[in-house]
Design a protein around this ligand. Structure first.
Ligand SMILES: Nc1nc2c(c(=O)[nH]1)N[C@H]1C(S)=C(S)[C@@H](COP(=O)(O)OP(=O)(O)OC[C@H]3O[C@@H](n4cnc5c(=O)[nH]c(N)nc54)[C@H](O)[C@@H]3O)O[C@H]1N2
Ligand SMILES: Nc1nc2c(c(=O)[nH]1)N[C@H]1C(S)=C(S)[C@@H](COP(=O)(O)OP(=O)(O)OC[C@H]3O[C@@H](n4cnc5c(=O)[nH]c(N)nc54)[C@H](O)[C@@H]3O)O[C@H]1N2
Ligand code: SF4
Ligand SMILES: [Mo]
Length: 710
């Protein structure tokens, strides 16, 4: 029998595509985009188009497994484990967690999860209930976007922005630290539509991405200098009187302080930091302010540097001073995730932690996993439960993370779909379903459509969903609260039972029938209006204390930051002053065809990438005797790796780039995060993957096949 099921892609991607899965005799035989979805419009990215290869991969984890080989050695796949039953696995985990809790206290157990799936239930529901009830340490989940969110919110008070459909109305589009073509591909057709109508696409990125290659104007900015550029643009806009005085006076506070501040950022000075010419900076500012509507797609590339919070803040001020929020096709998009307002307290039940501990549990920042595993005391981390994440690949300061994961006294459980870099250090591996095998609720951070993702096939092998794993683990621990028995449907209903007016009229039944539903921006009942473009800040409405955009934000001063904005060069950069020890800035990037480390083990997806490359400029290659194709050693005080040189036009002199991959699949055996640091950003305690200094030298080709040196 053949049927087609509507699902939603839950991967960590702004697009949250509507998906149609064809099933024949219980087996998925086809995946395609749902043509009815107004934003993702019937196509999928290259990697998810190959999703059947992932679901039915012979490498899936299908059964609970217990380690038999020594941690970190052996085959680094299923052969290092013995198959056990779910009952044995759950009993062993419960027994170990109870023993750790009684000996060290429950905060010696740390959950570790991030973006394996962003579906509402799979990412934060039963799991949170479980760890709150257990009294485990809390994880600060800031590895990706926290600096940018803090920067944006310091201006607007909320993560809202321009909906993607409006980009077709824009006439000037700034892709700022945003690899749209690689990481947010469903925005691209709207941009193309705008360009056919005469729009100009400007890309500001230190790496010549696919998006940059397609741009009308590409500005290869020096890494970590975006705050200077935004302040320089505002210098020109204000000096030329191109700001919207009416919007500014009605809907912003602090314009006077901003005007004063930007006087010290003339284009000539900004040029020295950014590597862009003063003439280009001036031209960019004038075009941005006068070619209307102008929209900014800022993305998280901007905020993965030491002062990325401030950079995002400065950029977020631009549409506030030009009044571009008033226009359809104007404004700015970073993340739209502030719109959903699902009932988190019901889903996550943080009150259970209070009940167990009588206080909030200790917080451990996920970026500092290496430090946490190796240095925390009182209590030390003795139990680690990893799900939705692959920290042995994605965490900065990889060598320290691995040193911690190797500890014999650390009990590590990993719930996974594949034998990743992290399962190489697991005591117990539990098999996880993919989104084909479970039902969930799906929000998005790049559009405003809510979806239900239906279950298409039965779980493979003995795979269980995140919800089911924590439900059964709660039972094994003897947690008796009713909330540990909730079904998926009940959890979806609880999530939607929110006071957010934009969810008014949207319930599970409607989502199940319609597949996707746009948030209710129009109001309901007598106040309802016909669907119209959503302009979140056309008439102010910022979610700040005074409802105005905060060009001056007093709360920042309390954190030791400039309450207006300022540019401070990253310490670990060529402009960083005394701490500068090595000459090259490394962009430890994402691969266009993987999703962080996900997909990197699938042959059909691997064939679209060329892993193991270090991209560098001829001006840096030649003095070091490096030619295209040579083996090179890339190193700094934290570690080293071997890569193959690609001397091309991707980066400017002084900048090199390498992409994220599984460590065990990277030539030389360790990945780019051996070079990155645990240093946190200025705002949001986020990661600084793009503030890294390295040196590069020729290496012996044979060492490309060597082992990671710890
Ligand atoms: N194909 C694919 N899609 C993805 C992902 C993936 O790994 N692969 N990852 C997903 C995830 S988790 C996220 S958070 C989003 C992220 O999507 P993006 O926010 O687009 O993230 P990045 O690729 O980190 O950075 C975007 C660009 O910023 C540039 N950049 C680096 N440093 C600077 C800087 O100092 N200034 C400026 N202006 N630009 C800089 C980088 O070169 C990069 O091209 O994408 C999601 N989508
Ligand atoms: N050098 C460098 N490092 C980076 C970045 C970078 O640009 N450069 N990007 C950073 C960013 S932006 C992010 S968001 C993080 C991402 O960090 P992670 O969220 O850890 O990302 P992934 O590598 O995609 O690993 C997710 C894992 O979850 C598993 N998974 C998927 N679905 C499920 C499920 O339903 N249940 C369970 N239990 N597991 C599941 C997948 O198989 C996969 O192995 O990486 C960060 N690390
Ligand atoms: S990864 Fe992103 S673009 Fe690809 S199918 Fe999923 S949501 Fe769509
Ligand atoms: Mo991310």
């Amino acid at each position: 029998m053949k049927k087609v099921v509507h699902a939603a892609c839950p991967h960590d991607c702004p697009d949250a595509c509507g998906v149609l899965i064809t099933i024949e005799d219980g087996r998925a035989t086809k995946i395609k985009g749902d043509p009815a979805h107004p934003v993702t419009r019937g196509f999928l990215c290259a990697k998810v188009s190959k999703y059947l290869d992932r679901v039915y991969s012979p490498d899936r984890v299908l059964y609970p497994m217990r380690r038999v080989a020594k941690k970190g050695s052996g085959h680094k796949d299923a052969r290092d484990f013995e198959r056990i039953s779910w009952e044995e696995a759950l009993e062993e985990i419960a027994a170990r967690f109870k023993q750790i809790a009684s000996e060290f206290g429950s905060e010696a157990i740390l959950p570790y999860s991030y973006g394996g799936t962003l579906a509402a239930l799979s990412s934060a529901s039963m799991d949170r209930r479980f760890f709150h009830r257990l009294g485990a340490s809390q994880l600060e989940r800031s590895i990706c976007s926290a600096a940018g969110e803090a920067g944006l919110r310091s201006v607007t008070g909320v993560k809202l922005g321009t909906e993607p459909e409006q980009f077709r109305e824009s006439r000037y589009i700034l892709a700022w630290g945003a690899n749209i073509h690689g990481n947010n591909v469903h925005l691209w057709p709207f941009i193309e539509e705008a360009r056919r109508a005469g729009a100009k696409l400007v890309v500001i990125d230190p790496y010549r991405t696919r998006t940059a290659k397609c741009a009308d104007w590409y500005l290869p900015i020096n890494p970590g200098t975006d705050a200077a550029l935004a302040l320089g643009m505002m210098h020109v806009i204000i000096a030329e009187g191109l700001h919207d005085a009416d919007y500014v006076s009605k809907y912003t506070t602090g314009f006077e302080q901003l005007s004063e501040k930007v006087k010290s950022y003339p284009p000539e000075r900004v040029a020295q930091w950014t590597g862009l010419s003063a003439a280009d900076i001036r031209k960019l500012a004038i075009e941005y302010a006068t070619v209307r509507p102008a929209v900014i797609r800022m993305n998280y590339g901007v905020q993965r540097s030491e002062n990325g919070g401030m950079a995002s803040r400065a950029i977020a001020m631009l549409p506030c001073i030009t009044g571009s929020w008033k226009e359809v096709g104007g404004g700015l998009q970073l993340s739209l995730s502030g719109a959903w307002g699902l009932k988190k307290d019901a889903l996550e039940r943080a009150d259970l932690m209070q009940q167990t501990l009588g206080r909030p549990a200790r917080v451990v920042n996920m970026v500092e996993l290496g430090k946490a595993l190796n240095t925390l005391t009182d209590p030390p981390i003795q139990g680690l439960f990893v799900y939705n994440s692959n920290p042995a690949a994605v965490c900065p300061n990889h060598n320290e993370v691995i040193r911690g994961l190797r500890r014999d006294d650390l009990f590590t459980v990993v719930h996974e779909q594949f034998f990743t870099d992290t399962t190489d250090y697991a005591d117990i591996v539990l098999p996880a379903t993919t989104f084909f095998e479970q039902k969930d609720l799906q929000t998005a951070y790049g559009h405003y459509f809510l979806q239900v993702s239906n279950q298409a096939i039965e779980p493979l092998g003995e795979c269980r969903s995140n919800v089911e794993v924590f439900r059964s683990l709660a039972q094994a621990m003897g947690f008796e609260e009713d909330c540990f028995r909730a079904s998926v449907e009940e959890l979806i209903d609880e999530a939607l039972n929110s006071s957010n007016p934009w969810l008014h009229g949207i319930d599970r039944g409607r989502l199940e029938t319609e597949g996707h539903v746009r948030l209710n921006f129009e109001g309901s009942g007598a106040n309802a209006r016909p669907p119209a473009p959503f302009l979140p800040f056309a008439q102010g409405g910022f979610q700040t204390p005074d409802r105005k955009a905060q060009l001056y934000n007093p709360a920042l001063a309390a954190q030791g930051l400039d309450p207006v904005a300022e540019f401070v060069p990253p310490l670990e950069s060529r402009h960083g002053g005394s701490s500068q020890t090595l000459p090259l800035e490394l962009l430890a990037r994402k691969a266009d065809n993987f999703l962080n480390s996900t997909f990197s083990n699938l042959p059909s997806v691997q064939s679209m990438e060329e892993p193991g490359l270090l991209e560098l400029h001829p001006k840096d290659a030649h003095p070091r005797g490096i030619r295209d194709g040579d083996a090179v050693r890339v190193f700094n005080g934290r570690g080293e790796m071997r890569l193959r040189a690609r001397v091309n036009g991707a980066v400017q002199p002084g900048v090199v780039a390498a992409a994220l991959n599984w460590a065990k699949l990277t030539p030389g055996g360790c990945n780019v995060n051996v070079l990155t640091s645990e240093k946190l950003t200025d705002m949001g305690n986020s990661a600084t993957f793009y503030s890294v200094l390295v040196e590069v030298e020729l290496s012996k080709p044979s060492l490309l096949n060597g082992k990671c040196k710890l």
